[in-house]
Write a protein that binds this ligand. Structure first.
Ligand SMILES: [Zn+2]
Length: 510
């Protein structure tokens, strides 16, 4: 009986999770959002007819600012490596027509619970306006990307273009090297509409719209015809994107074959490869030629002037090399735990290195993540003593982020600390050692220069017992008598300390 209940539970869970998957993730831009940009859309469409791409003879570089929002405690944010992979994918998609995105600044990490969970709250929006990069296309990576409008009632918002603030908000799980959500939202940023415009909130349903669709789309505009006769006055009003009545939501593969007829009775054949459609990421890969021309027209328009910097070309060198970790590697034990220097090989073309250090193999346990501009990094007062750590490095530059992460190396931190010594001291001795309880100690120092230090005695647990300040040691060899106070029998440390550093030795009192 128990077994049957378990089976039933499993079955129910399977059904529910299948259901959950059916609630599709969608773009948050509604019909109304898009139509609020209609003047800009039409202006770009007009310029697009002149084919501005033909008059270009160079790559257009667009500054992008990624803002990774985390919880207040720093947890939950998108991974930098995923952001780099996302930028790499975006540049493959837009590089096809010579638009390359470069990091206006390193990805910003913003710890803010409000923006992370509900960026539409007034306080969150205020902070976002303050923190945005005014000279870049801003991409906010949050946990919940639902817009003020609530987004599409028919799905979960994966991302959207905020037409009021002119930025993109995207769900963190969409940021990676495979999803097309960002490419889609960037299309909106550059003024594009959905090819299924008018059907955004009411996808085609045979039970509602019939096998032959009526001449009026759900939003009241014309239903786009297969023969192209109303292509400039129906759907997205672009003639090289065929009719699409938002079929994607009821379709799981990349070849739409349902027998749906347009108002003329012609079988509808949408373009499943359009990034601006709702077909699944595995199906979409491109923009239509007119869409490309419209985006270029938008980039060239006055309202996008803030994106172009005269006489500035970002670093965009393709990085072909990979980095190799030099030290510490192969589980070696470091000299100390509180100061560990990581070194790796420099890579031609790399401006930045993203360094991750962690106790877990998934690199999720600790938050030791750094962006550095050189091929070494000193971790001071960061790591715990006597622990195994893993580390890896990802090189990149502002525009080229497709470089693989290094292999992972391991090391173990020592139990001892590293402290700076007193550089002027060549060597020193303490005598006698062992010393009897009532005898004084003599310190003999061989120093390059005279110096002053405090002489301290500690017990083995590091507790300070006696202090003798301002003891002067002469240049060359000198011997100074030290009163060790009332130390009982046992083992102690005697230390010379000044602002330059510390020297210490173990002594035995008997
Ligand atoms: Zn959209």
């Amino acid at each position: 009986m128990q077994r049957f209940t378990l089976l039933l539970t499993c079955l129910l869970l399977t059904i529910f999770s299948a259901d959950a998957q059916e609630l599709r993730g969608l773009c948050g831009n509604t019909y109304e959002d898009q139509m609020s940009q209609i003047d800009r859309y039409r202006a770009n469409m007009k310029v697009a007819q002149l084919q501005p791409s033909k008059s270009r003879n160079a790559i257009t570089y667009i500054p992008i600012q990624f803002i990774i929002v985390t919880r207040n405690n720093g947890s939950g944010g998108a991974k930098i490596t995923d952001v780099l992979e996302q930028q790499c994918l975006l540049n493959e998609q837009y590089g096809a027509f010579d638009i390359i995105f470069y990091q206006a600044d390193e990805p910003m990490v913003l710890a803010n619970d409000v923006i992370y969970t509900d960026h539409t709250k007034t306080s969150g929006n205020f902070t976002m306006r303050q923190r945005r990069n005014p000279q870049a296309m801003n991409v906010w990576i949050v946990d919940d990307a639902t817009p003020q409008s609530g987004g599409p009632a028919i799905g979960i918002t994966l991302g959207y273009y905020d037409t009021v603030n002119d930025w993109i908000v995207i769900r963190r799980n969409q940021i990676n090297g495979t999803n097309n959500t960002l490419a889609h939202e960037v299309g909106h940023f550059f003024s594009l509409f959905h090819p299924h415009l008018g059907w955004d909130a009411e996808p085609y349903d045979v039970n509602v719209h019939g096998a032959t669709v009526s001449a009026t789309a759900p939003n009241g505009s014309n239903t786009e015809l297969m023969d192209g006769s109303n292509c400039d006055n129906a759907g997205d009003m672009i003639c090289d994107t065929p009719p699409d009545y938002n079929f994607a939501l009821s379709w799981t593969n990349c070849n739409y074959t349902a027998d749906v007829k347009d108002p003329n009775g012609v079988k509808v054949d949408p373009d499943e490869s359009l990034i601006m459609s709702y077909f699944r990421d595995m199906c979409t890969s491109k923009f239509s030629p007119t869409q490309v021309e419209m985006m270029i027209a938008d980039v060239n328009s006055n309202q996008r002037n803030f994106l172009t910097r005269n006489d500035y070309t970002p670093v965009a060198e393709e990085i072909t090399g990979e980095t190799t970790l030099i030290s510490p590697i192969e589980s070696e034990v470091t000299a100390s735990f509180n100061k560990v220097e990581l070194k790796w090989t420099a890579v031609d073309g790399a401006e930045s290195y993203y360094v991750e250090v962690d106790r877990s193999s998934s690199f999720t346990q600790d938050n030791f993540k750094y962006v550095v501009k050189t091929n070494s990094l000193i971790l001071e007062d960061v790591l715990d003593a006597d622990r195994n750590y893993r580390w890896r490095v990802t090189p990149y530059n502002a525009s080229y982020t497709c470089v693989p992460t290094s292999s992972i190396e391991r090391f173990r931190t020592n139990i001892s600390t590293s402290v700076p010594s007193i550089g002027t001291v060549n060597d020193w001795t303490v005598q006698p050692n062992p010393v009897s309880e009532n005898a004084d100690l003599a310190i003999t120092v061989n120093a390059k220069n005279a110096f002053i230090a405090t002489v301290k005695f500690y017990n083995l647990t590091g507790q300070l017992l006696t202090t003798q300040a301002d003891v002067r040691f002469e240049q060359g060899q000198s011997t100074t008598q030290i009163d060790k106070g009332q130390l009982s029998k046992g083992v102690y440390f005697i230390a010379l300390e000044n602002e330059e550093g510390i020297l210490n030795k173990k002594i035995i009192v008997q």
